[in-house]
Write a protein that binds this ligand. Sequence first.
Ligand code: AMP
Length: 422
Amino acid sequence: MARRALVVGSGGREHALVRALARTGWAVLAAPGNPGIAADADVRDIPMSDHDALVALAVGEGVDLVVVGPEAPLVAGLADALRGAGIPVLGPSAAAAQLEGSKAFAKEIMIAAGVPTARSTTVTDVDAGMAAVADYGVPLAIKADGLAAGKGVVIAQSEAEAREALVAMLDDAVFGDAGRTVVVEEGLVGPEVSLLAISDGTAVARFPAARDYKPIGEGNTGPNTGGMGSVSPVPDIPDHLADQLVEEVHRPVIKEMARRGIPFNGVLYAGLMMTPGGPKVLEFNVRFGDPETQALLPRVEGDLGEILLAAASGGLADSPVPVSGEASVAVVLAAANYPGDPRTGDVITGIDDALATGAEVFQAGTALNADGELVTAGGRVLAVQARGVTLELARERAYAGADLVTFDGKQMRRDIAAGMDG
Ligand code: AMP
């Protein structure tokens, strides 16, 4: 009988997970899913916040593995609840998820583990914050400690901007409790890279390096988004360098967490900046990245579910996840007005045409309207992904697919993975 997995979440990352599992014969359940996921999985309309119902579903269906997509349910303890019911789950406990849930905690772990990261000071009032600002000089980063839906980091170009950010977070509580503690961090420069690895608490299996594109505009201009595209591999981070980064970053963190009695089981995603002074960690995430996952998982060779299950239940091989040598590019199509309040309800056409080219289409912010038409229902609507023997070929194929998908107000960067081939 086919193995059964439950994927928790409703975005493009979860659609990519569902497809990667289904491709190797897993029967997949998803909650709450989206219309794209519903084509590949048995979707149940259970909100991610309803842990009791998710545990009941996993137990009732006898699933072999649960993969939790987003960070919020992990920080809220969903993995603990599932493990408590005897279900193997890829995702850290609430305590271990603090690596993403608290930037101050992540800094503490990095310092204890000797992991290279920007100098920083953790503060709870504006005066202390401004003292740190004077110390580091601008530009620098002001970071809300807790989860702020990806909006909690301000790069301040002047002392006035730094003060404004500190006051907004600490005095005006724009991020609520997430901003009651703030990390003031020295400004770094250099190319960024995402290096994801999975762990069973001891072993570390990395994926190849990936890069995402945060700003809405070409040439990395305009406001930040959740991510407008992604690519893997990253030519400046070859495998031997990725291996070295795992030894300098992921492994010491996994060891330090175990030493503290809060073993880390799940995806440890390091957001790194390759500075002139060497690689430095900007942040940890405790789950797959979105949209890096949409580029990474189509490269995985063999049974992804088996690897994730080994991470969830112990006995993970301490070696990189096997991947195809082909490059992979994912281009995000966003709705009108994103990253502001996105317009919804625009009818989407051309997905079948894009699929017919051999591209993958991972849905994120989509819904069915009263007439049964697929419409936009969120900022990032979907991602079109393709592989190729070179980055340029993968890029051409991804854009050929992406050009076939249309809806009013469609926003798409034309420069995802551009100019990387050497
Ligand atoms: P984070 O969520 O901590 O990764 O920060 C979001 C983005 O802010 C990063 O992807 C960087 O582009 C930028 N950033 C974060 N920390 C710094 C820093 N210390 N210096 C310069 N840029 C930063």
